[in-house]
Design a binder for this molecule. Structure first.
Ligand code: ADP
Ligand code: ADP
Length: 227
């Protein structure tokens, strides 16, 4: 089943001489881990932001779970976003950071706590729940950012270069962790990176963007192994 559909989606920033994303047409299957890859400035973030409702769609439409969400605000989309800078609240503990969106959505405290503990277990954050972000390593902060997304049980994860602030060694281990976590949760994921190794090792399929245009969509094996 198709979970996400970009239908001829275009976005042009004011004053730009060409669209940042130009007639993007792409189906993403239920439970799929799709990597959007390409050089800096090719339109990856803009595509992801249109999916999350953080950037306007000039023409075309975006569907999630068969529903046209074009023009709907982020809150109406059931999409959780993980950014590269994590954007954690410095004055809240790890647990409070993870629970915040649930609290805003009016979820009862028992259920919030259960969700936070479940995510903490999956991400090995149980011993850090009462810490403030300032007392965490980069890798731990990244896991908290993942936790904030997971607790919502969203239909879609959007990740924008989530590993780019980690050192090389941590990037490799976190890469595997994210891929494993996604597979165990089965949440449809769109993962943006400029790193071909991430694309190759993490994606069920890889979509290659260049100058705002979709060049190819294929499994990593088809894309990188075959002559
Ligand atoms: P990527 O994520 O692949 O690096 P982006 O989607 O961020 O690409 O950017 C695509 C193009 O749009 C680039 O040319 C970039 O300079 C431009 N762009 C991105 N954000 C803005 C913005 N807020 N205002 C104007 N131009 C932007
Ligand atoms: P409140 O202001 O609702 O009394 P807190 O400010 O202590 O709660 O925490 C905010 C949120 O973080 C709550 O939703 C709570 O469920 C969650 N939370 C706080 N501490 C923990 C913890 N150690 N384990 C799991 N969840 C926690």
């Amino acid at each position: 089943m198709v979970a996400i559909a970009f239908r001829n989606v275009t976005h042009r920033y004011p004053g730009a001489d060409r669209p940042a994303v130009d007639r993007l047409d792409l189906d993403i299957e239920d439970g799929e881990f799709l990597v959007l890859v390409g050089p800096s400035g090719c339109g990856k973030s803009t595509s992801l932001r249109m999916l999350a409702g953080l950037e306007a769609v000039d023409s075309g439409r975006v569907e999630i779970g068969g529903r046209d969400v074009t023009g709907l605000p982020p809150k109406a989309r059931d999409v959780a976003m993980v950014f590269q800078n994590y954007a954690l609240y410095p004055n809240m503990t790890v647990a409070e950071n993870m629970a915040f969106a649930l609290q805003n959505a009016g979820m009862k405290k028992d259920e919030r706590t259960a969700r936070v503990l479940e995510a903490a277990r999956m991400l090995e954050l149980e011993s850090l729940l009462d810490r403030k972000p300032g007392k965490l390593s980069g890798g731990q902060r990244q896991r908290v950012a993942m936790g904030r997304a997971i607790v919502r049980h969203p239909a879609v994860f959007c990740m924008d270069e989530p590993l780019s602030n980690l050192d090389a060694k941590l990037r490799v281990s976190t890469r595997a962790q994210i891929a494993e976590l996604q597979r165990s949760l089965g949440t449809t994921t769109v993962y943006v990176t400029h790193d071909q190794i991430e694309a190759m090792t993490m994606g069920d399929r890889v979509a290659v963007l260049e100058n705002g245009r979709l060049q190819q969509v294929a499994s990593p094996r088809k894309l990188y192994d075959e002559p």
